[in-house]
Design a protein around this ligand. Structure first.
Ligand code: PMV
Length: 336
């Protein structure tokens, strides 16, 4: 028997990935950028056991057994076996996988990103795979490829048909911008109604706005975002982050039938942040929302206490459903 345990953090996109050009290989229509959050606060932990005694592959997610007959799981497994350097029999044994998240699953908090990054990284260790595995993690859940690295990460859409150039690379490590923090506001921890896979497919098929975004907005925005991160220019970084989140949710509404992820509380948060920035006289906080109602705020360490008290005032904890994780630093750690 051989056992590997791995921990992988979530990442929160500041340029959103939305729409695929290949459903099976999970090739995106556009480049995206994210920061990988501190590993202890929001992560997936996965243990993989391989044994000659196991009769079949099995998987448990948060203690509940799920089917292994999932093409995404089997694609990752197949790709990693192809790349394996191991001389051992482990490659022929069945595996049992246990994965747990320490935060709400499928509530638009990038749980699948952490989960698949962890699964692929642990399997890569088990099978002694060397080199880039981001293109394999991508085939589990697109955004998972960005969780393989710490710090600021770009997922390149790539142009090749086989997807071999659709990989993630690190822009800069977290130490480049050590003051950066993320505050997560858990507005709703219930599972989302529209899976990102189905919603994305519908957007790509019906939204002209998505087409426009991919062609005319994301390329320039990506360049500007990379520069803002390199220059540690918070004002530019924050403005692009908010605009890109708003645009992604506008594309969702332009989808037919529409997809709605943000709720009334999400919009109250948006207004609150704009009012706060206006009051401070410059942009101190950026909000961004993934495929769910929960808000992620990017801000600098020095502003965390004031923003936390603002949130506490706006949403006194016993009357509203807003909980929060305090000031999560962008992680320096690589996967372990
Ligand atoms: O990787 P998926 O299929 O869960 O898609 C994630 C899409 C967004 O979270 C909305 C944006 C992103 O880039 O993470």
């Amino acid at each position: 028997m051989k056992i590997i345990t791995c921990v992988a953090p979530v990442n929160i996109a500041v340029i959103k990935y939305w729409g695929k050009r290949d459903e099976e290989l999970i090739l995106p229509l556009n480049d995206s950028i994210s920061a990988t959050l501190n590993i202890e606060h929001m992560c997936a932990k996965t243990t993989i056991m391989a044994s000659s005694n196991f009769k079949e592959n099995k998987i448990w997610l948060n203690g509940k057994e799920e089917s292994f007959q999932n093409p995404r799981l089997s694609n990752c497994l197949k790709e990693l076996k192809k790349r394996s350097q191991t001389q051992s029999d482990v490659i022929n044994w069945n595996i049992h996988v246990c994965s747990e998240n320490n935060f709400p699953t499928a509530a638009g908090l990038a749980s699948s990103a952490a989960g698949y990054a962890c699964f692929v990284y642990a399997l890569a260790k088990l099978y002694e795979v060397e080199g880039d595995v981001t293109y394999i993690a991508r085939q589990g859940s697109g955004s998972a490829c960005r969780s393989i690295y710490g710090g600021w990460v770009q997922w390149h859409a790539g142009a090749l048909k086989d997807g071999s150039d659709s990989i993630a690379t690190q822009i800069v490590p977290a130490s480049h911008w050590p003051e950066m923090r993320v505050v997560i506001l858990v507005v709703s921890d219930s599972q989302k109604k529209n899976s990102s896979t189905n919603a994305m497919k519908r957007s790509a098929a019906t939204s002209k706005f998505l087409e426009y975004r991919i062609k005319h907005i994301v390329p320039e925005r990506t360049e500007k975002m990379i520069q803002a991160i390199k220059d540690r220019d918070f004002e530019t970084f924050a403005t692009i982050t908010m605009k890109d989140s708003n645009q992604f949710h506008s594309v969702c509404l332009d989808t037919f039938p529409p997809v709605k992820y943000m709720n009334e509380t999400s919009f109250i948060i948006v207004d609150l942040i704009h009012t706060y920035n206006e009051f401070r006289g410059s942009t101190k906080v950026a909000y961004t929302f993934d495929a769910g109602a929960n808000a992620c705020l990017y801000l600098l360490e020095e502003d965390v206490p004031e923003v936390i008290s603002l949130i506490q005032n706006a949403f006194p904890t016993n009357t509203d459903h807003v909980e929060y994780f305090r000031g999560i630093p962008v992680t320096e750690q690589e996967l372990s």
